[in-house]
Design a protein around this ligand. Structure first.
Ligand code: PLP
Length: 384
């Protein structure tokens, strides 16, 4: 079965007793037993729920993995993955990871004696030195937020396995439509389904997919023991979203390419980053590693700093100035004061984020309207 068919059919056969074409929302906390020790696969919704099972099977199929697990949020999924570590264990992490993941690493796991070393996976020397000491887990995101740097998953998978570590790829930015890390050697794929998988900015959720039975057993144990599970209605909303993932991703990619080309040809931005542009330093890797598109995020730098960035986001009429990404509606975010506000100005500078950096999550509206909105917003802020 191919991708779009899986998105609509895996885990989603018509319900047996009534023929309901859509997976019902099994809004129940518990399930009746038929006798002592005899149940029909479900006992209590923290441990399992049929609406959740449908979503988990579908997500596992989309990532070409054996086991899917869904969670109350992307960070609950991250926490469940980290639960397999023990005091003294070491993580090698990409140095440009989601802020909430960084906070979880630093504020919750480091005080519990988990070591975390951050590395730029694109610096061969740094990579070699990071892998010269034992590690249990390697954590990467590609493309990164907000500067859209790519990491070669197959290369890092190989290094991880030689070091005896499990590779976790947070695949939120690409979605399984564009990138399937398990096929490239990753052991665990993680998603904030809040973003492209749900796709409508109306539900928070997370997912983990793996083909490793032992990892699945440990993470699923934690899921039930710690209880970060999604509600049946949230699973249903996410399932409703995922059915159109291929259609939406194609539109996100097409619109982003047009927006990126427009911005690259405009005189105001000092930098435009999109992996689909030939000027992107890792365009070749993007073509090899991502299938059929380069994602829905475009980042630009305005020369006039905070005041100009503020005038720009205020002038936008179609792009909404808000956190998050991956929904059908176009959004703009200001990393320096939003996603990366926790970094010091020096750390932001070192990371390549200025006060004029704007991250666009390009939605699926008409490209002409998006471009016109950006054009008029840049005109209004050009002299600020
Ligand atoms: C949003 C996000 C997360 C966290 O997911 P939540 O659903 O907000 O908990 C993790 N990783 C990436 C890359 C994200 O964008």
């Amino acid at each position: 079965m191919k991708f779009a068919t899986k998105a609509i059919r895996v885990g989603q056969d018509p319900e047996r007793t009534t023929g309901s074409v859509n997976v019902p929302i099994y809004q129940t906390a518990n399930f009746a037993f038929d006798g002592i020790g005899k149940h029909r696969g479900y006992e209590y919704t923290r441990s399992g729920n049929p609406t959740r099972t449908a979503l988990e099977q579908c997500l596992a199929a989309l990532e070409n993995g054996k086991h899917g697990m869904s969670f109350a949020s992307g960070l609950a999924a991250t926490d469940a993955v980290l639960s397999i570590l023990r005091p003294g264990d070491r993580i090698i992490s990409g140095d440009a990871i989601y802020g909430g993941t960084f906070r979880l690493f630093e504020s919750i796991y480091r005080p519990r004696q988990i070591q975390i070393d951050y590395v730029d996976f694109n610096q061969p020397n740094a990579l070699a030195s990071a892998f010269s000491r034992p590690a249990k887990m390697v954590w990467l995101e590609t493309p990164t937020n907000p500067l859209l740097e790519l990491v070669d998953i197959a290369t890092v998978a190989d290094l991880s396995h030689r070091a005896g570590a499990k590779l976790v790829v947070d695949n939120t930015f690409a979605s399984p439509y564009l990138q399937r890390p398990l096929e490239l050697g990753a052991d665990i794929v993680l998603h904030s389904t809040t973003k492209y998988i749900g796709g409508h900015s109306d539900v928070i959720g997370g997912a983990v997919v793996t083909s490793d039975d032992e990892l699945h057993q440990k993470i699923a144990f934690h899921q039930n023991a710690a209880g970060g599970v999604p509600a049946p209605f949230d699973c249903w909303l996410t399932l409703r979203g995922v059915k159109t993932l291929p259609l939406r991703m194609k539109a996100h990619c097409d619109n982003s390419m047009r927006v990126a080309e427009f911005l690259a040809g405009h005189k105001l931005p000092t930098r435009v980053i999109y992996p689909g542009l030939k000027t992107h330093p890792q365009h070749a890797l993007a073509k090899k590693q991502m299938n059929g598109g380069f994602g829905g995020i475009v980042t630009l730098d305005l020369p006039g700093g905070l005041a100009q960035a503020d005038a720009f986001v205020r002038a936008m009429q179609i792009f909404i100035f808000a956190e998050s990404l991956g929904g059908v509606e176009s959004l703009a975010c200001h990393p320096a004061t939003m996603s990366h506000a926790g970094l010091s100005p020096e750390e932001r500078k070192a990371a390549g984020i200025s006060d004029g950096t704007i991250r666009l999550s390009v939605g699926v509206e008409d490209a002409e309207d998006l471009i016109e909105d950006l054009r008029q917003a840049m005109e209004k802020c050009a002299n600020v």
